[in-house]
Ligand binder design. Structure first.
Ligand SMILES: Nc1nc2c(ncn2[C@@H]2O[C@H](COP(=O)(O)OP(=O)(O)OP(=O)(O)O)[C@@H](O)[C@H]2O)c(=O)[nH]1
Ligand SMILES: [Mg+2]
Ligand SMILES: [Zn+2]
Length: 351
């Protein structure tokens, strides 16, 4: 018997807030996610986006979990992506809640950015080692991961296909200093338990990697599921077995986003991710004479001096220059529209 004097129809604590919180936790809500919605609205998380609607797992008025395909309200503030927290009214998505971070890449037309997933704790850089390590690709993925603001973790896959995993782990450490590395095989099960332990309640992870890297196979190994995978061609790339971005809830309590492989590893315009991926160079560069030193024949360049003295591998500086020049040419390619706009403005103002 309750001894509360409150009338029956008042919003007494009927356990609903706890039930809602429990459902949201199973959807990967961490203490960093703020998922407050207005009265009369329900909260949910986007698991798949299809064109103009999204599959949302949400919590109903009784605190029970529901899965619905939800249309977007006409005045929706943002286009939802997998991993977004959303407010629903009558099963319409009425607002996308503030993202605490997001994984982005430039849109293929380079005019805009494409958001791949939102509200992430971990970005798993999924890199196969059965044909050696593609350092360039790893570096580019690391830049994307750092730019997202979530923690990167390298997951080396297909360890069963190499006899030299230790050497490849050392190469990985050199390519992305300071980033944790987990070596796995979906075939033998190596590393799968450790991965499972990382993906506990409150953790949202996304798998970032080339097509055929073994992302979906990791999901299947973790969950015993049977999502489609495809064999890898002679080029070492898969044929896009996964075609949609999808959020999975894991038995270990966390959630995992499987996304199609990224073929063209374009970079974001963010310098920050580059600075963090190349933390060794960033650190040495503090001693360069000029703050905007290009580490390329510049006077008083500490980075080049470190290469000369053997302290910094020349390959690191080469990688840094490559990424830096790609970044510059990308922003130039983006520029024409800006240049055209400037020309148009000048024309209009008659100068
Ligand atoms: N030997 C071996 N093969 C693996 C392993 N993991 C995946 N593969 C194979 O690699 C191929 C591609 O695996 P997927 O899991 O489909 O790769 P994906 O990264 O999801 O590819 P997309 O969905 O296209 O982005 C499949 O033929 C898998 O059987 C592994 O640990 N060992
Ligand atoms: Mg896949
Ligand atoms: Zn320099």
């Amino acid at each position: 018997m309750k001894d509360s004097p409150l009338p029956d129809d008042a919003s007494v604590d009927d356990g609903r807030p706890d039930r809602v919180e429990r459902v949201l936790r199973t959807l990967g809500k961490s203490d960093l996610d703020e998922v407050e919605v207005n009265p009369g609205q329900d909260v949910g998380r986007v698991s798949i986006v299809h064109g103009s609607s999204a599959q949302v797992i949400w919590c109903d008025h009784d605190g029970l979990e529901q899965v619905s395909t939800c249309q977007y309200a006409t005045n929706l503030n943002l286009r939802p992506v997998a991993g977004d927290w959303v407010a629903l009214r009558d099963q319409y998505v009425v607002s996308v809640l503030t993202r605490r971070n997001a994984l982005r890449r430039p849109d293929p037309n380079l005019r805009d950015v494409q958001i791949l997933a939102a509200n992430l704790d971990l970005v798993l850089l999924v890199v196969p080692i059965d044909r050696g390590l593609n350092v360039r690709m790893l570096e580019r993925f690391a830049v994307m991961a750092f730019d997202s603001g979530a923690r990167p973790l390298v997951v080396l896959t297909k360890a069963d296909g190499t006899s030299d995993a230790t050497a490849l782990e050392i190469q990985t450490e050199l390519a992305v200093p300071g980033v944790d590395i987990l070596t796995t095989s979906s075939l033998s099960g190596e590393g799968i338990e450790q991965l499972r332990q990382l993906l506990h309640e409150g953790v949202t992870a996304v798998m970032l990697g080339a097509s055929g890297a073994g992302k979906t196979s990791l999901l299947n190994a973790l969950e015993g599921s049977d999502e489609a995978t495809l064999s890898v061609g002679s080029s070492g790339e898969g044929r896009h077995a996964t075609t949609t971005r999808k959020l999975y809830r894991l038995s270990s309590g966390g959630v995992l986003l499987d996304i199609p492989g990224i073929r063209l590893v374009d970079l974001m315009s963010g310098q920050e991710g580059i600075d963090e991926t190349f933390a060794d160079i960033t650190h040495i560069a503090e001693r360069c004479r000029f703050r905007d030193c290009a580490h390329n024949g510049d006077e008083g360049c500490a980075v080049e001096a470190s290469v000369m003295s053997g302290k910094l591998p020349a390959s690191r500086l080469k990688s840094w220059r490559l990424i830096q020049s790609q970044l510059t040419s990308q922003s130039r390619r983006r520029d024409p529209s800006t240049a055209a706009a400037k020309r148009a403005r000048r024309k209009r103002s008659g100068d």
